[in-house]
Design a protein around this ligand. Structure first.
Ligand code: PMP
Length: 434
């Protein structure tokens, strides 16, 4: 479908462009300073968890089912926190470690273990290239995806391989093809529910194929980052199949490594982070981590599980988050659909949960739109960030993070984005013609 600007005569196009440039000048004169860059909860959302800060005081009982949270010990996490992790990850509590406050750090540690030590008797990933004519181990990166995941595998020296992301998850024909005969393919990054940034939930078929596919590498890992597992916008959220159950019956449980945290449930960076894996996988990782950790912050774990003692409390708490997030996602949909109606200059996702909307402009437009928005006072995630190495091959994808700004700021920022999308799309048509 051609864009509105492609269907215009030269004269109409020049006129439309000068109107859009005048609009941009007016916006620039307002010296806005708005931020839609990172997926942070708003201050109102964070405030929902303030009562948790009063849960433990100087007179509080600091035992959790016989575990003294005020002293060293219980490396694996307190029993109630491991149960919380089991609920979030969908595996038995004895296959969960409740650790510090960042799931991303656990992901980094886990990959560092595979890199340095290998997994369950397999060769360390760092030695693979030496034994295989310099061929590096690879991580599959469904893209658009989460920049910080790609940064972890790149940091270790892995080669990141782009796999297209579709409406049901990664392109599984491509994934199966890549992993079936090449033993250097060692892992795939997945955000299976309300994926960052496209907002889709993996279909049953995708989950099933991931858990059961034939892999040339016996130590292949599915890095299952379920960061948005309870982050539904509506009461009936998307259903994600339980990958542990599928893998257990297929005999592939050792390939699953799952992560979650309460960063977007309670306090970002000050919550509890969890890892779940097969019994052998969790045992191995615990042993590795114990070289550098006696026990995590169990008082923080206790505070969390007293505040959110069961699944029902968690559900009610997440509904309150959803009440604050829903109007923001509705604003994205409204401003973009009204502002861009009939232009064919962009398409975007309408997620049922999570923290992001993913927008695709015309080829070659994303970097220019993000740069223009910056000069108009609106900060967006850098274009390309959703692809490994920051390289979006078509230069179309922009991640919109609507949670942090106030509704008023968000409206303003989205209106600026609409002007920038139209202006850059029109400029591209003019450049193509001249
Ligand atoms: N995983 C994903 C998919 C995320 O989007 C984020 C936060 N934006 C994280 C992990 C970071 O989680 P944590 O605070 O637990 O390190």
């Amino acid at each position: 479908m051609p864009t509105m600007y492609q269907t215009m005569s030269d004269e109409e196009l020049t006129h439309a462009l000068s109107e859009l440039e005048a609009l941009a000048d007016k916006i620039r004169a307002r010296k806005l300073s708005l931020d839609m860059a990172r997926g942070k909860p708003s201050p109102e959302q964070v405030d929902l968890s303030r009562p948790m800060l009063s849960v433990l005081d100087a007179d509080a009982d600091l035992f959790d089912e016989g575990v003294d949270c005020s002293n060293y010990g219980c490396f694996e996490g307190i029993p109630s926190a491991r149960r919380m992790g089991a609920h979030l990850l969908g595996c038995p509590a004895d296959q969960v470690l409740a650790l510090g406050s960042s799931s991303l750090l656990i992901e980094h540690d886990m990959l560092a273990m595979f890199w340095r030590k290998g997994s369950l008797g397999a060769m360390p990933w760092s030695e693979y290239a030496v034994a295989n004519d310099g061929v590096r181990v690879k991580a599959l990166c469904p893209s658009p995806g989460y920049d910080r995941h790609f940064a972890i595998s790149a940091d270790l020296g892995m080669e990141n391989i782009v796999v297209p992301m579709g409406a049901e998850g990664p392109d599984m024909d491509e994934v199966e093809h890549l992993v079936a005969s090449d033993a250097s393919m060692k892992a795939i990054w997945c955000v299976p529910k309300y994926s960052n940034p496209v907002g889709i939930t993996y279909s049953n078929d995708v989950v099933h194929r991931l858990a059961t596919m034939k892999t040339a590498a016996p130590d292949f890992k599915i890095l299952w980052d379920n960061a948005y597992c309870v982050h539904d916008l509506a009461d009936a959220g998307d259903e994600l199949a339980n990958i542990f159950e599928v893998a257990r019956s297929a005999g592939t449980e050792d390939r699953i490594v799952a992560f979650a945290s309460t960063s977007k449930i309670t306090f970002p960076g000050a919550g509890i982070a969890f890892i779940g894996a097969s019994p052998a996988g969790i045992h191995e990782f615990a042993h590795y981590m114990q070289a550098g950790l006696i026990s995590a912050d169990k008082l923080n774990q206790l505070r969390h599980t007293r505040f959110l003692p069961d699944a029902e409390a968690m559900r009610a708490h997440m509904q309150r988050h959803a009440e604050l997030l829903r109007p923001r996602f509705a604003a994205v949909e409204r401003v973009l659909s009204e502002g861009l109606r009939g232009t064919n200059c962009a398409r975007w996702t309408r997620p049922h949960g999570g923290y992001f909307v993913s927008l695709d402009g015309v080829p070659g437009s994303a970097k220019r739109i993000v740069e223009l928005c910056a000069t108009l006072g609106v900060r967006l995630t850098p274009a390309g960030a959703t692809f490994p190495g920051g390289l979006d091959p078509q230069d179309t994808n922009i991640r919109i993070a609507p949670s942090y700004p106030t509704l008023e700021e968000l409206h303003e920022a989205l209106e600026v984005l609409v002007v920038a999308i139209k202006l850059v799309s029109a400029q591209i048509v003019l450049e193509e013609r001249s």
